[in-house]
Every structure is written in C-alpha cells, then in structure tokens.
Design a protein around this ligand. Structure first.
Ligand SMILES: Cc1cc2nc3c(=O)[nH]c(=O)nc-3n(C[C@H](O)[C@H](O)[C@H](O)COP(=O)(O)OP(=O)(O)OC[C@H]3O[C@@H](n4cnc5c(N)ncnc54)[C@H](O)[C@@H]3O)c2cc1C
Length: 254
C-alpha cells in the first residue's frame, strides 16, 4: 500500500551543531510528523545551494503533537554544507515521508547502528516503547553522542568505539554473537556502513534471527521514477531502494 507523502515548506525550529561535522535539524512539518514510520526518509530541497536534486535524510524522530520532524546529517558536499548555514526561522522544502520503513512486529528487538545509521533508529526505538536494546558503534567518544538520545528510549544502550574512548573497544559485530547466544532477541534492525550490515547479516543467519537492514544508495527523485537507486536482489528482481526500501529483509539483498 502506498501511503501519502507531502511536500511542505517547513520552518526550521532548530539547527544545532552536535559534534564537528554533524548537525541536528528540527523543522515544523505537521503532516510528515503525523504519518512518518520508522525507517522512512525525507527528500530535502536546499534552495540556496542552487542544486536541482533534493537530498535524502532519514526521519530520525517526530513529535506528532508538536508537528515536528527531526533529522541528523553529516557534512558531505555542497548540499549539506548549504543546509548547515540555514538558521531558525528560515524554511526548507521537505518531501515525505518516503519509502518503506521497518516492520514493527518484534517482541525483543535489537537495534544495531553505526555512525549516521543511528539516526533512523531513534524513532524505531521510540515506537518500541522501551523494549528495545540498542547496540551502537562509532569512531570515538564524540561519535557516539547518540547514546544519550537512546538512553530514555531503550532498556539497554551498548556502545563500542574503534579507539576504545567510550564503551567497549571494537565494533558492534564483536559484541553481537554473545548477545544472540543468550537468545534474548527475536529480531535485528540494522542501519550503518555496508560492511557492518554484511557482518551482522552473517551473524544473524548463523543464529537464525530475522533481520532487516536499511540501505543507502545515491538517489535522485526518491519517488521510484528515475531508477537511479535500483539494486539487484537475490531473487533476480530489480528493486528500487527509494520505493521498495530503504528497509529490506536481509536475505533479499545481502
Ligand atoms: C534513504 C537515505 C537516507 C539517508 N539518511 C541520511 C541521514 O539521516 N543523515 C545523513 O547524514 N545522511 C543521510 N543520507 C545520505 C545523504 O543523503 C547524503 O550524505 C547527502 O545527500 C549528501 O549531499 P551533499 O550535497 O552534501 O553531498 P554531495 O556529495 O555533493 O552529493 C552529490 C549527490 O550524491 C548524492 N549523495 C551523496 N552521498 C550520498 C549518500 N551517502 N547516499 C545517497 N546519496 C548520496 C546526493 O544526494 C547528491 O545527489 C541518506 C541517504 C539515503 C539514500
């Protein structure tokens, strides 16, 4: 079923520099906040950049009562650089919510995220109403600032860093086998670097735990029309990350 999406001129309520190179953007977007599902994304038009194509960002959080939508983004190129210069009171055109989000049917969910992949897991954790555990990875202590955002939403927050400056030294995949051995999780939800998702997928299949991954591909329209984000799936069918995904069952795509 295709749900409606909206193109709204969204007022920026807050643009916050969280850590070097990472921003948190909260906008007023009533309809998107009301309808967005965890794992969906928004296509943002950054007019001052004079870029023709919108830029996709995951829906990190919403407050349907206040009508707000929050996104987190890392500075990459021209679009995100211009976005970071916008101030509260200015507007951005947001098209969304787009794509196919996570399946919420889980009793003991384990959320696994690396880097900016943690953004869409915030709304997912919120929807699980305190029953999710999150396992996160980042380069160093500043890069796992997410832990404070997840703490009020999860039963447990497990942190790994590459340099050991916070949590356990290593990667989320180093902790995953022992977590699954305890048999406490009936579903995994993963978003992060491709290599991390591939390793999680191997471990998940070893323990026979169903797993969903959120893929990231360069995309232009975000609406399923331009085919620039098409991928091959294991069944041989081509699928569009923007419309059939970005969330897929792991056995379909990895
Ligand atoms: C479904 C989806 C959700 C995303 N959610 C987030 C998020 O929550 N936070 C975040 O920081 N980033 C997210 N990204 C990546 C983000 O869209 C890119 O970092 C951003 O478009 C870069 O734009 P730019 O103009 O600054 O960079 P440029 O490199 O100048 O962009 C050039 C072109 O490449 C595309 N592009 C560049 N990098 C990526 C990328 N990694 N993925 C897809 N397209 C890319 C741009 O859309 C643009 O068309 C998401 C990508 C997808 C596909």
């Amino acid at each position: 079923m295709t749900l409606p999406s909206y193109a709204v001129e969204a007022e920026i309520l807050e643009s916050k520099h969280v850590i070097p190179g990472v921003y948190q953007l909260t906008v007023a977007a009533k309809e998107i906040a009301r309808t967005a599902q965890p794992g969906q994304f928004v296509q943002v038009l950054i007019e001052r950049s004079f870029l023709l194509l919108r830029r996709p960002f995951g829906v990190a959080d919403t407050d349907p009562n206040k009508g707000t939508l929050t996104m987190f983004y890392r500075l990459i190129g021209k679009g995100t650089r211009e976005l970071s210069k916008l101030k509260a009171g200015e507007t951005v055109n947001c098209l969304g919510p787009l794509g196919h989000g996570f399946d919420l049917d889980a009793r003991q969910p384990l959320l696994i995220g690396g880097g900016m992949g943690l953004a869409p897991l915030i709304l997912l954790a919120r929807r699980f109403n305190g029953k999710a555990v999150v396992l996160m990875g980042g380069k160093n202590r500043p890069e796992v600032f997410w832990s404070e955002l997840f703490r009020p939403l999860c039963t447990e927050v497990l942190v790994t860093t590459n340099d050991g400056s916070a949590g356990v030294k290593g990667f989320p995949t180093d902790l995953l086998p022992s977590l699954l051995e305890q048999g406490n999780h009936d579903r995994l939800f993963v978003c992060g670097p491709q290599i991390m998702m591939e390793k999680v997928s191997e471990i998940a299949s070893r323990f026979s735990v169903p797993c969903q991954v959120s893929l990231e591909r360069h995309m232009a329209c975000g609406l399923g029309a331009c085919l620039s984000c098409s991928i091959d799936t294991k069944s041989g069918k081509r699928k569009k990350v923007c419309k059939d995904g970005p969330v897929f069952w792991v056995e379909e795509v990895l």
